[in-house]
Ligand binder design. Structure first.
Ligand code: HEC
Ligand code: HEC
Length: 352
């Protein structure tokens, strides 16, 4: 029988049975919201049974997400109106930016390669190396307020930027309706809640491999991808030790220890949508997946552990075919995730 990787669906349909495990393993700040209504409202696919992480301070509503999509693509949200969230998280690159390291509003390189903003509600930890961030509502403080380097440049300019967006007729009409307090709705937290709601809706689970998992139809994968999948889960490589769960990033666990003294420990990144997210690794140092794999295996000491079983070039190719079978192109131009200013005739005033 052909083997395949199973997502974490032991508790199929019994979300509550995961709770004690997760809560006991969590830091105090983590709050798991077992809210069936929010999961349903987010239209999360029923066949994925990984845990969902939602911030109780911002109950999900579709209306917040709709407005959040505008904010996400709006360059007026940066100090000099040059950058939006989408400048570094663009849909055509699965919400990354194709740079080795992203560039902030004042032209500085930020510390790391931008991760894809997909399936975020399934991630227990956000960002490459900070174990304190669990929800987009927390993480969003960084791009807005970081000063070393500046990303969007809100620090010292908060009132000015809020005032700028308050003058926009769409925001002026919609934002007060979403939050109690009406006309005092233009706060940073409310803007953040809307954007966070939008990014939580970005779900990408329609890769060929997903179709295989759902249908058990093996013709969904090429023979190369099949062989690559067997290698991926083999005892000698054991990639799934770290790359597991719906995002192939070890959702139940924190940050992975690598063997390289040059590396701090990093969070395991998703292996989804790699076809669109080059360059790779935390510093974007590898421009191809081949290079990234070679570097990664060196960092992990996998070559040493698998003496006599080094990947030959056709095995490496198979592994890469398998990795590409985890790429879902439907996310790149899905209307619900795309730039609303391009579609809304009333909002053509020079935005993006
Ligand atoms: C200048 C480029 C840049 C801008 C602008 C930017 N980001 Fe990011 N984003 C990054 C980088 C780089 C990281 C990785 C940071 C780290 O690991 O410390 C990141 C990480 C994230 C993450 C964590 C994802 C994960 O899986 O760990 C989220 C969520 C996110 N950004 C959302 C946003 C939102 C929302 C905005 C707009 C308010 C935004 N970003 C603006 C570059 C940017
Ligand atoms: C010990 C945990 C661990 C194991 C085992 C592991 N990885 Fe990783 N993987 C990581 C971490 C951590 C990173 C991020 C490293 C970095 O950015 O420097 C990563 C990054 C990657 C990336 C780059 C993703 C990106 O977007 O940049 C790929 C591809 C990858 N791993 C594939 C594999 C494959 C294939 C295997 C099996 C041969 C494997 N990994 C085994 C922890 C692991």
């Amino acid at each position: 029988m052909r083997c395949f990787i199973q997502f974490n669906w032991r508790c199929l349909g019994r979300f509550s049975c995961l709770l004690p495990l997760i809560v006991s393993g969590c830091q105090e700040s983590v709050k798991i919201a077992p809210v069936a209504e929010e999961k349903a409202a987010l239209a999360l696919p029923g066949w994925v049974k990984d845990s969902v992480y939602l911030d109780p301070s911002n109950p999900y509503t579709g209306a917040k997400a709709v407005l959040g999509r505008y904010f996400f693509y709006d360059r007026r949200l940066s100090v000099n109106q040059t950058k939006s969230c989408a400048s570094c998280h663009a849909p055509e690159f699965s919400f990354t930016d194709s740079y080795r390291r992203s560039i902030g509003a004042l032209g500085d390189n930020v510390q790391y390669n931008a991760p894809p903003l997909i399936n975020l509600v399934y991630n227990r930890f956000l960002t490459w190396a900070d174990t304190s961030l669990h929800f987009p509502e927390q993480q969003i403080q960084n791009p807005m307020f970081h000063t070393r380097p500046v990303e969007l440049g809100w620090e010292g300019h908060e009132a000015e930027i809020l005032h700028r967006i308050e003058k926009d007729s769409l925001y002026a009409a919609k934002l007060p309706a979403l939050f109690p307090g009406g006309r005092h709705a233009f706060t940073t937290k409310h803007v953040q809640d809307c954007i966070s709601s939008f990014v939580k809706t970005i779900v990408s689970v329609a890769a060929p491999y997903d179709k295989f998992v759902q249908t058990q139809d093996s013709s969904r994968l090429s023979p190369e991808a099949w062989r690559g999948q067997v290698l991926f889960s083999s005892a000698s490589l054991n990639c799934g030790h770290c790359h597991s769960g719906i995002n192939f990033n070890r959702p139940d666990n924190t940050i992975s220890i690598t063997n390289s003294p040059a590396h701090p420990p990093f969070r395991v990144p998703t292996l989804r949508n790699l076809r669109f997210t080059a360059p790779y690794l935390h510093d974007g140092a590898s421009s191809t997946l081949e290079e990234a794999l070679d570097q990664h295996m060196k960092d992990l000491g996998l070559h040493a552990k698998t003496v006599g079983r080094k990947l030959n070039s056709s095995q490496r190719t198979d592994l890469i075919h398998f990795l590409y079978s985890l790429s879902d192109s439907s996310v790149l131009n899905k209307p619900a995730y795309s730039n609303p200013f391009k579609f809304d005739e009333t909002k053509q005033s020079g935005q993006h």
